[in-house]
Design a protein around this ligand. Structure first.
Ligand code: UDP
Ligand code: MG
Length: 190
């Protein structure tokens, strides 16, 4: 199986590029952010809880996102692999993902990290906030907090995957199709 972890700070372009990668390699796209937003729209108990956390730019507890991924991996579906977008976000989540994939006799193939500097990220998120209707894109303070949370809790995953020789940096600035081509090339070289 080809299992890609698409990684990077908020606004790096994970969602956009995951769609291209999924299409190119016939992968199932799993975005925990999208799954949480579906819960919010459906006004479930989980959605209400997630909404409160997400609008502050904080992280939903590990147990919740891990269960969501577990449910998706256990749904019988033939696929050549998965693309994980916005998950894992903490080291415990990455460990849980490894265990879940192991149960399916599989593993993470590579972690592709989109490199984008902070000024560009803030500009992109503020711009997205004008049209996305996402509460977490709306104001500068929430965006700042999301980037801080990323640096504190999510960035340590770089080491986690680097130690396994799975960390690949991809320049995340440029035209969308240029970046898509860089990602494709990195996967084809695996
Ligand atoms: N989120 C989370 N855990 C996840 C996915 C998302 O806590 O596994 C929350 C978190 O508050 C994050 C927000 O949902 O800031 C939006 O996530 P998404 O991945 O969609 O944001 P992106 O980084 O792509 O802008
Ligand atoms: Mg996203």
């Amino acid at each position: 199986m080809l299992n890609l972890v698409l990684f990077g700070p908020p606004g790096a372009g994970k969602g956009t590029q995951a769609i291209y990668l999924a299409r190119t390699f016939n992968l199932v796209h799993l975005s925990t952010g999208d799954l949480l937003r579906q819960e919010i729209t459906a006004k479930t108990d989980l959605g209400r809880m997630a909404d409160e956390i997400i609008s502050k730019g904080e992280l939903v507890p590990d147990s919740i996102v891990i269960s969501m991924i577990e449910a998706k991996l256990n749904t019988p579906k033939t696929t050549v692999g998965f693309i994980f977008d916005g998950f894992p976000r903490t080291v415990p989540q990455a460990k849980a993902l490894d265990e879940l994939l192991q149960k399916h006799n599989s593993k993470v193939s590579v972690m592709l990290c989109l490199e984008v500097d902070k000024l560009e990220l803030i500009g992109r998120l503020l711009k997205r906030g004008l049209t996305s209707g996402r509460c977490d894109d709306a104001d500068a303070a929430t965006i700042e907090n999301r980037i801080n949370v990323y640096n504190e809790k999510t960035a340590p995953l770089i080491n986690y995957y680097a130690e396994q020789g799975k960390y690949h940096q991809i320049q995340g600035i440029g035209e969308i199709d240029e970046i898509a081509a860089r990602l494709k090339e990195a996967v084809l070289k695996l």
